[in-house]
Design a protein around this ligand. Structure first.
Ligand code: SAH
Ligand code: MG
Length: 193
């Protein structure tokens, strides 16, 4: 297992794939353990790293994870197989906005296109169990959210603005209480009021 994970970290580094940072993933897996989370929906599998880390917490945890990119999806399939977690991880190859499910999850992990976080949240919030939480990653966007420095790239500026909108959306949300954690690349946990 350690070898599979090390290979994934190496692959992610070489191919610029933004897998979760170590302190972020440690926080998430501890949260799963301490809160007895059993069913997880992940938006954005990439190569399956965080799905494998979450499923490895306990053999009665089930992860459904969605990835739209062909290459990453295929890489994830290979990694899940190598990690022997095929019976705990169900990966869906599609755009998350095409995925419809009535299933209720204990935890929904949003880690996909940063510009769409409000839409992901609204689309999947009804798929939470009572006491379920939505966890969002990359709210600092590599430290760019909250910086006073001028950002050259228009594209990046737009993404930062979208993430700020998302943070506002969470802070003012009538239905959910959110706690922000300054670890990894910025993690939020939102719980239904
Ligand atoms: N959770 C992973 C990293 C995910 S990176 C980990 O920590 O190991 C974000 C991924 O989300 C990318 O691979 C991207 O292709 C995917 N993605 C972005 N928008 C998506 C969408 N609308 N539907 C499905 N996948 C999406
Ligand atoms: Mg992330």
């Amino acid at each position: 297992m350690v070898r599979v994970l090390d290979n994934m970290i190496e692959y992610a580094k070489n191919n610029n794939i933004p897998i979760m940072m170590e302190d972020g993933i440690e926080f998430l897996t501890n949260y799963i353990k301490e809160n007895n989370i059993k069913t997880i929906l992940e938006i954005g599998s990439a190569i399956g790293y965080s799905a494998i880390r979450m499923a490895s917490v306990s053999d009665d945890i089930y992860v459904t994870t969605i990835e739209r990119d062909d290459i990453r999806y295929n890489e994830a399939i290979k990694n899940i197989k190598e990690a022997n977690l095929g019976s705990q991880i169900n990966i869906i190859h599609d755009d998350a906005f095409n995925v419809e499910t009535d299933f209720k999850f204990d935890l929904i992990f949003i880690d996909a296109a940063k510009a769409q976080y409000i839409k992901f949240f609204e689309k999947f919030k009804n798929n939470l169990n009572n006491n379920g939480v939505i966890v969002s990653d990359n709210l600092k966007f590599h430290g760019l959210v909250g910086t006073t420095e001028y950002i050259e790239s228009r594209n990046v500026r737009q993404l930062v603005r979208k993430l700020k909108n998302y943070i506002d959306f969470l802070e003012t949300n009538e239905e959910f209480d959110t706690t922000f954690y300054d670890l990894g690349d910025g993690v939020a946990v939102s719980r239904k009021k």
